[in-house]
Structure formats: structure tokens, C-alpha cells
Design a protein around this ligand. Sequence first.
Ligand code: GCO
Length: 453
Amino acid sequence: MSDLRNYFVGKDFLWGAATAAFQVEGAHDADGKGPGIWDRFLADRTDNGRVACDHYHRSPRDVALMRQLNLQAYRFSVSWPRVMPTGRGTVNPPGLDFYDRLTDQLLAAGIQPLVTLYHWDLPAALQDDLDGWAGDTLPELFADYADVIFDRLGDRVSRWITINEPWVIVMAGYFTGTHAPGIQDRPLGYRAGHNLMRAHAYAVQRYRAHRHGHGQISFALNSSYSFPASDSPADHQAAQRALLDFAGWFGDPACFGQYPDVLRERYGDLLPTFSDADRDLLRGSLDYLALNYYTSDRVAHAPGQGPLDFDRMVPDEPPRTEMDWPIMPEGFERLLLWLWDRYRLPLYITENGAALRDRVEPDGSVNDAGRIAYLRDHIAAMARAMQQGVDVRGYFAWSLIDNLEWNEGYARRFGLVRCDHQTQQRTIKASGRWYAELIRTGLLPESEGTCHA
Ligand code: GCO
């Protein structure tokens, strides 16, 4: 049993859980919502976002569940096409009202909202008419949309995320094409990534100029930690290049106003250049750093393997989650130290969790010991990083509830709460009860389980 309060002394540490609009809300065309690129991407699939967890209609009950979990904070995202059906111009009042009510419901329950402005559900009209994120006009439109949200929620929300995981948007949306908008075009991907960072910068500028803009704002960085494949100096250097290629690709522009030198040198013209004005806006654009962490890798020096001469390997030994991601809490500790060393920003862990094959017992309960072990080991790793000086201010489990895992559908369950997607029945899992107890006591209990899928 560790007493986490020892590490968190003097901190206003927040324990929370996270979701994203498209993954939980459903109500895909309710009350004037416009189509998003994900509505379209999954239109022909059985697992789509039309109903999801029906959170749009059930938010009061879901907030009651959050109370049962003792959550101190809840991270949700706003659906841009719900608020602005074509992405620009006209605002859809009922859509905006939903987030207003949700914010009030949370505050009434003593739960702090942390709001993500963009968690991947781009209004389809912006993709069709303006080339989506590859189009250079999107950043300004995003800032206009952000302003609408700051106007409406800014008096009650003080923690913000602009863009969730630009890395995934580019990799999956533009390199492999497995996510919306389903494009496979590397140069376009680098341009989209560039515009995502410009959009972040413009939204931050609007926030700081806003009458409500006295809270904290970040984008959400995702990264694995790269362990060197061997003790050789070449592998160590390759692992550093891999970290700069992952965390540094977006972390550096948001902090320093430019891409890491090694990316600039090796990628050349593939990486667009920030104008002086954009660079000035980007530099110092983070009040804190939001980090989403799930897994890590090993990296070997591999001359000729891509512009950065490294080979990223998924280690075989650790057990894996249902996403096939190796469970590597030690990578979490190392990544936190790396980010602290490079950026010196307070951190919020805005996602961390595991998709596991949950078994429902005859009495309806879910004894997800594997998820408890995953959470425990990662929270312990975070506490070790904090002991070494990293300033972590909060931790949000992914996810509050089993939801739509994008192109992987509903089979990948990350929730602290089970959702039966046929009946919409919610059941708090053993991990949810465990987490509630951790929040209540500040103690990190040992768990009997091991981290297996
Ligand atoms: C992401 C997204 C989440 C996912 C979660 C599990 O990190 O990919 O932010 O929406 O559901 O990470 O993959």
C-alpha cells in the first residue's frame, strides 16, 4: 500500500476520467447537429456513432455515475458539428445548450470540467469545401469556433485542451488512412499536422485575449516512450530521435515555436515552415502539458530505415491489451521524466487506460482485475516520476465508460463503467470501485490481479 498523498502534498491534484464526444454522445443528427467526418467514415459499419452510449440524452445519469466514482474532474469534448453544423457561421443553439447543461451538471456534482475543443469530429462540410486540416484556412475557422465555446463555457471552465492528439490525426487520418478522413498521402499529412498546430496557436491566442481567458490551456500530446534496443550509443541516439519524431513533432512547436532540428534536417521540405507570426504565437502556447499515455516501444539504429534511420519495435515480452499494445508502465515514468526535462511544464495525464476482454459474471458484475493492475501500475509509475520532481497535477483514466473505439468499434472496452450497447445499461466495474476508493483515500492499494488482456 503506498500513500499517494506523500507525493501529492500541497497539490490541488485532480483525479478524473475522460471521454470524447463522438465516442459517447450518439444523437448523431439530433437537434440540428451537422454531419462530421466520422459520421461519414463509419456510415456503412454496424459499429458507428449514431447511438454510441447515448450520452447526449443520458448525461444527468452519467454525471450521477461519476459521483459514485468519486471523480473530481471529467474531461469531455465538444462536437464541432453539433455546435456549428457546417463548421462556420451559424451556431446551433440546442447543440451549445447541451454542453452548457453538462457543465452545470458537473459543477453541481462538485466535478471540475476539462474541455477538449477538438477530438477528431470535424464538420464534414469543412472537409468537402476546404480540404479539412490540409487546407490552410482551417486554423482561423477553428479559432472562431473556439471563441464560441469560450464565450459560452468560459465563465465556468478553467481547463482546456485545443486539439486532441495531432499525431494520431496525421498518422491514422493521413498516412495509413485507417481513421477519418481516410487519406493516404504523407505530404498532405505533414501539412495537416502543421495546420493543427497553427489552429492550436490561434485558439490559445483567442483564449488569452478573451474576457474569460484566465484558465489554463494545452493541446493533448500522445506519445510512447522509446527505450533503446541495446546499450549501444547508436541505439541510444536512435531512441532520442524516435522520441523527437513522436513527442517532439508537436511538443516542440507548441513550446518553442519550431519543429525539432533533427526533423527539419531529415524531412526537409516535407515539413512546412511556420511563419514568424505563427512561431511567435506558438512559442509558449502551453500553460500546462496534457499527456495521453498507453504504451511504449524499443528503438534500434537502422541506417536507411526512413529519414531518421531508426527501427521502432514493439517488444514481445510484456503482456498486451486488446489493442495489442504492450503494457509498459516503466515507459510512462520515463516519458514523464523526458517531457519534464525538455519542456518544464506542469502536466495533466489526460488519458491512460486499457482495453481488456471483460467478462460479465452471471450476476452482471465485471471483475476486471487486469484493468485494476494496469491502472495501479501506471499510477505508481506516475508517482515515481513525481517523486523525482515531475510536476503532475492530475490524472484522467481513459475511459469513464465503454465507448466507440473509432474504427475498431465497440469491442474494445476501456471503461471503468461497462456499457451494454444494446440496452444502454451501465454497470460500474470492479476497476471503477477500485478507482473510487483510491480517490476517496489517496491510498494506492496493491492489487491481486495481473495485467493480462
Ligand atoms: C486516442 C483517443 C481516444 C481513444 C483512446 C484509446 O488516444 O486515440 O484520444 O479517443 O479512444 O486513446 O485508443
